[in-house]
Design a protein around this ligand. Structure first.
Ligand code: MD3
Ligand code: FE
Length: 206
């Protein structure tokens, strides 16, 4: 029995979507992803200020950010190698949850150490906003903030724990969102602590 919580129009939360053994297997898959495509520290467009979150990607396209801007590209920004393939469990999660008839093209992998956060932003670097975004959380719980499609709209906060899945589609696809903080020590999944978030996306129009 899987609990499916409609948080707001277009936002669905499945607490514990991945069982503990599936979470551990996915972490092992991600260690291989990170061996082939090492985590990099993205930088803000223009200023070059580094993000506190480290990132890598798997799938055909990956999201990167540096002085030149935000973009999707098929190659790792440091090694020049193609991104590794998506672990099969991710394609399965998209099929299960996305209600969208085309497979994901990109999986952004974010790593948060205890002090990392992500400011309120919109995800608008994709050409296809008809497709939803599916997020999976692993490791320490995050305090996630979600608002409306206007920067000043009221916001609510939601805790995202290890194994949780979250879907953003429809009118929520362009909602402002961010990570306020990580609750250090809340999960034993990652031996060194911290949090991993995976976001599965379509980039181009089908
Ligand atoms: C709402 N990641 O990678 S996941 C991101 O936990 C990002 O690492 C956060 O925001 C994280 O861009 C939040 C939840 C999420 C992802 C994509 C969304 C929420 C979203 C796209 C549209 C609206
Ligand atoms: Fe985002």
């Amino acid at each position: 029995m899987m609990t499916r919580l409609v948080v707001a129009p277009g936002i669905v939360h499945w607490p514990g979507y991945l069982a503990p053994d599936e979470q551990a297997a996915l972490v092992a898959d991600l260690r291989e992803v990170a061996r082939l495509a090492p985590f990099f520290q993205p930088r803000m467009p223009k200023t070059g200020t580094p993000f506190s979150v480290r990132m890598t990607n798997c799938g055909a396209l990956g999201w990167v950010s540096d002085e030149a801007g935000y973009r999707y590209q098929p190659l790792h920004p440091a090694s020049g190698a193609p991104w590794p393939p998506m672990p099969a469990v991710l394609a399965r999660a998209w099929k299960d949850l996305a209600a969208y008839p085309h497979p994901p093209q990109a999986c952004l992998v974010n790593f948060y150490e205890a002090s990392a956060k992500m400011g309120l932003h919109q995800d608008r670097d994709e050409q296809d906003f008809d497709a939803p975004v599916v997020s999976l959380s692993l490791g320490d719980t995050a305090v996630f903030r979600i608002g409306g499609t206007q920067r000043g709209a009221k916001t609510m906060s939601l805790k995202l724990a290890s194994g949780d899945a979250l879907l953003f589609g429809g009118e929520a696809r362009l909602a402002y969102h961010g990570i306020d903080r990580i609750l250090a020590g809340s999960s034993a999944l990652l031996p060194q602590g911290g949090r991993i978030n995976l976001t599965l996306r379509r980039v181009t129009k089908p």
